[in-house]
Design a protein around this ligand. Structure first.
Ligand SMILES: *Cc1c(COP(=O)(O)O)cnc(C)c1O
Length: 363
């Protein structure tokens, strides 16, 4: 049994059952006498794993047939460039909703390839971070695509509503690196969804991209081949050697999710986990969270101690209680409990209990 709860923001903990299975079959996979890492990606055993992973992902997310699933290299950030390279000309405009560190990063990268604009930024209202609704945005022209981040991993801001294109023609592109598979989605609302794997899918380095077929085939000529959606789609994400071990492990995670009862069930547990923590944070003034209720992340629970001189001792004592990696991102300080799918309810409960006890001793 694992004797710690790992709240790392990413790479993050993976389901224990998955890690155990990967360990058991590490050096003798499918009775082949080798690891899955050591076989050809073009051989039948691996192709079966790859196809099954895609089928399970499609089932979990109810991905319609007119969307292509790609397993690509380069994590979340690679898609900051791949998206504009694949669907814009340099004269096109990309439009961005900026709600934290990751959506800023996507906008800055897009500037290298096309024009870009920001329709709105998250802002503080009475001490709480709030995301302006679509009727509060400033839009001067119809863009080539619209981009936002559904869950800001650093800032703990999650957006549950999906922006709509007024004309119905603008592809909605979403960075879902840190909340994909945490709840059911309506894929049809999006043109492109992408996610770096290391929060809710598997090992880092892999990106999962879900792209509507009518957006494929417009890559500019100078797009690196490995980032070209059309080439990757035509070759089953095997234009070059894919990150095979990550793909295999992602497949195990998808199977695990199905065994948990799928996304409706995992969403129910995720809600409970975050509720336990926010309840503790809100109980008194000892802890605080600066995100408006509507936008509080169910994946990354950020909080501060009212007396920040207690930060170090909080982290130290948490660690000696088996609660690790709670330090907030260096850009925002404070604490952050990342509670992705793999974190059991017992982990969130153990942290809430520790917080309560810490407050009792230090409040
Ligand atoms: C972690 C993360 C990324 C970056 O992923 P890399 O794999 O490091 O490139 C991008 N967007 C979001 C929302 C993330 O959480």
């Amino acid at each position: 049994m694992q004797n710690i709860f790992n709240f790392s923001a990413g790479p993050a903990m993976l389901p224990q059952e998955v890690m155990q299975q990967a360990q058991e079959e590490l050096i003798n996979w499918q009775g082949l006498g080798t690891s899955v890492m050591e076989v050809s990606h073009r051989g039948k055993p691996f192709i079966e794993v790859a196809d099954q992973a895609e089928a399970d992902l499609r089932e979990l997310l109810q991905i319609p047939a007119n969307y292509t699933v790609l397993f690509m290299h380069g994590g979340g950030r690679a898609q900051f460039s791949a998206v504009p390279l694949n669907i814009t000309k340099s004269s096109d405009l990309s439009q961005h909703l900026v709600t934290g560190q990751w959506s800023v990063g996507a906008e800055e990268e897009a500037q290298k390839f096309c024009r870009s604009s920001i329709v709105a930024k998250s802002k503080e209202i009475e001490g709480k971070m709030y995301v302006p609704k679509q009727d509060e945005w400033s839009i001067a022209e119809e863009p080539g695509y619209f981009h936002y981040c559904t869950n800001e991993t650093v800032d703990g801001i999650e957006i549950d509503w999906v922006p709509k294109s007024q004309s119905g023609k603008v592809p909605i592109v979403a960075d879902m690196s840190s909340n994909i598979l945490s709840k059911p989605l309506k894929i049809e609302d999006f043109g492109i969804i992408y996610a770096g794997a290391q929060k809710n899918i598997g090992p880092s380095g892999l990106s999962v991209v879900i792209v509507r077929n009518d957006l494929i085939g417009f890559a500019r000529k100078d797009t690196p081949a490995i980032f070209n959606y059309q080439l990757q789609a035509a070759s089953g994400s095997m234009y070059n050697t894919p990150p095979t071990f990550s793909w295999y492990l992602a497949g195990l995670v998808f199977k695990w999710l199905k065994a948990q009862g799928g996304l409706t069930e995992i969403a129910r547990v995720n809600k409970q986990k975050s509720h336990v923590l926010y309840k503790q944070i809100d109980a008194t003034g000892f802890y605080s969270n600066n995100v408006h209720n509507e936008y509080r992340s169910k994946m990354n629970v950020t909080f501060k101690l009212s007396d920040e001189s207690l930060n170090e001792v909080f982290l130290k004592q948490a660690e000696s209680n088996g609660l690790v990696a709670l330090k907030g991102h260096r850009a925002v300080g404070g604490m952050r409990a990342s509670i992705y799918n793999a974190m059991p309810l017992a982990g969130a409960q153990a942290l809430a209990d520790f917080m309560k006890e810490f407050e009792r001793k230090n409040g």
